[in-house]
Design a binder for this molecule. Structure first.
Ligand code: EAX
Length: 315
């Protein structure tokens, strides 16, 4: 007996199919997380729960999917923190550029008390964040010229996520930040509506952005966390044992996700070069860090200098 997530399961062994959406492919760092989650949840619930996968923005952009999960018309979403701050402002602090030194630092903070505390802020907004996931360190790409120093960004129309923390930073670096949902990005780059964009290598590969960009500079200007979020209506229906099964499945999904991010970061540079992209690997990040200093005035006001320092000081 099969019941779709939004319906009511009748027989004890009835299977509930859950709709999950995300903005890139099944083969991507998000896709491997969700296929792993699916395998695990089927196993841990003896097939009573399984996912129906909607990749590549089939259910809309990340903000739209978050709204659908909030309404309960969609069961789950894997999303970057891009638009999440518009729903749960407490997440915005992890979007600050140059907040995290490297992957270990970021993962330690998100898996630790600070990151776990942020997850407790979601239920009040009608969302259940069951686990941090990873998008990767973001880099700038464009079709105008190679970005060696912040001055090269002056006047460049750079697509950003719908994220005011990121927009603040690009404004500070002299670029013209253009917020846009991921589903529109490929065409906007192809047609020149925007000159460039910024994303982790896994996204540039999975969404084939390297086919419509000439230059990629590994600026690593911000660590981009992601989240696995379920609807409150689904979560409240789960038994404690099933809630535990969801959490355990998310742990396995997180391992697969983080492993794929490192693989893509490692293999993606050569892949993009073979595809004809000019990839600049030696970037003096300190210059970009200096260039966003004025944005930190706003961040210190919004998040508190001490809170930002607390994250930066975690070893
Ligand atoms: O989460 O919108 C973005 O640039 C994100 O990095 C992408 O949707 C993956």
């Amino acid at each position: 007996m099969v019941a779709f997530g939004l319906g009511v399961a009748v027989a004890a062994n009835a299977q509930t199919v859950l709709k999950v959406g995300w903005t890139n492919t099944v083969e991507s760092h998000y896709g491997v997380a969700l296929t792993t989650f699916n395998d695990e949840i089927i196993k841990r619930t003896n097939g009573r729960y399984k996912l129906q996968l909607f990749p590549s923005g089939a259910l809309g952009g990340e903000r739209e999917m978050l709204e659908a999960v909030q309404l309960g018309t969609q069961d789950m979403v894997m999303t970057s923190t891009g638009p999440v701050g518009n729903f749960v402002p407490e997440t915005r602090i992890v979007d600050i550029p140059f907040l995290f030194r490297d992957y270990d630092h970021a993962r330690k903070v998100l898996d630790g008390p600070i990151g776990q505390d942020i997850l407790t802020k979601f239920p009040a907004k009608g969302l259940i964040a069951i686990s941090w996931m990873e998008n990767g360190f973001r880099h700038v790409s464009n079709n105008k010229k190679q970005v060696k120093v912040p001055e090269d960004l002056k006047g460049m129309k750079i697509r950003t996520m719908e994220n005011k923390v990121h927009m603040e930073a690009f404004k500070a670096m002299g670029a013209l930040p253009t917020p846009m949902n991921m589903n529109e990005l490929f065409t906007a780059l192809q047609t020149g509506t925007v000159d460039g964009q910024e994303n982790p290598v896994p996204v540039i590969l999975a969404s084939k952005l390297y086919t419509v960009q000439k230059y990629v500079a590994l600026t690593g200007h911000v660590y981009s966390p992601a989240l696995l979020i379920v609807s409150t209506s689904l979560w409240n229906k789960l038994s404690d044992a099933d809630k535990a099964a969801f959490k355990e499945s998310a742990k396995a999904a997180q391992v697969a996700n983080r492993k794929k991010v490192i693989e893509d970061d490692t293999n993606g540079i050569e892949f993009m070069r073979k595809a004809g992209v000019e990839v600049l690997t030696q970037v003096d990040k300190s210059q970009f860090q200096k260039a966003v200093a004025s944005a930190y005035i706003t961040y210190n006001k919004e998040f508190g200098e001490a809170n930002i320092k607390k994250i930066m000081d975690i070893q």
